[in-house]
Design a protein around this ligand. Sequence first.
Ligand code: M6R
Length: 368
Amino acid sequence: EKSGYDHYMLKEIHEQPRALRQTISGRIDADAGTVDIDVDLPAEYVDSIEEIQVVACGTSNYAGRYAAELLESVVDVRTTVEVASEYEFDGGRDPWRTLVVAVTQSGETADTLSAIRRAKRAGARTLAVTNTLGSTIVRETDDSVFIRAGPEIGVAATKTFASQVATLTLLAVHVGRARGSLSYGRARELLESVRKLPNAVQAVLDREDRVREVAREYADSDAFFFVGRKLGYPVALEGALKLKEISYDHAEGFAAGELKHGPLALVTEETPVLALLTDGSRPHETLNNVKEVQARGAPVIGATGTDGDGETSLGDGYVDVDLPVPETGALEPLVANVYWQLFAYHVADEKGRPIDRPRNLAKSVTVE
Ligand code: M6R
């Protein structure tokens, strides 16, 4: 069943190009700049939305944060993201104009279900973004959109994160086009990035040997810090979560600019810093933070896009390990995340951890 892979997690990491093709299949008309995600949100309703609130836990929460950045920047709808267990409905005078989006792979996470119930009781419209047909969340929300990633067995969410972000990007384009706030040109550009995703992710997977080498080199470090800005920030949080979950090492994700406000005190030669330097993540500003940690002797592993010329790596001359990310615009941080997945996997594998079943964790958390 693991198709020759040692763990489901590794199999699922490698399944991402296929999962992404399924996610987007038949949903994009790149020329027209439109999407069809089989969601029954009437145009008048979409027009009347005043705020979007995303609720989710763990990795799904980070997918939600990625999407919220996109929604705010390209769609121009006020969007908030909350950890489901902290959520309290806070809508305007007309709660129905608040769209509450639950992101959940399993559709059974108790914290997320209870957040949705609170929103419904207050009169909000609810929408689920999930991988699981027939799940509780599908029954309890007004609308649902499926991410179509296929079954995920490993406790660590991998391919579902990619498919969630891709689906939420399509949702953002749908909402933006319906409201008239997203231009045809920008919609086409975003859809073009979505279309490029499967091949771009494959190009990263093809560099697994290099990532394994790097993971082995740094596996015994004291701690690992992941940094990024904007769309790179949720990816930093996700990279750190993946690593701590399966390797049991100390890992933290920070907004790159926050390093100097505290975490820098922890940075030494023994704390590799994994930095996102791609489109959509303000790479030039992050380079300043890279210099700060290098001055303290920390090795820097960069997932890097290219500068305007399409050739020179943004990490050129700055990072110790340069992992190239293919050009995919606003989705470059998502593609870069695949490097962090492989890194986490190989660090954990090097340490002989039970990767598919990390201690104390369950695939689906059905208690609050
Ligand atoms: O099924 P869900 O997407 O609602 O699950 C949410 C989290 O429990 C889940 O993403 C968890 O953080 C993963 N184990 C992370 O790899």
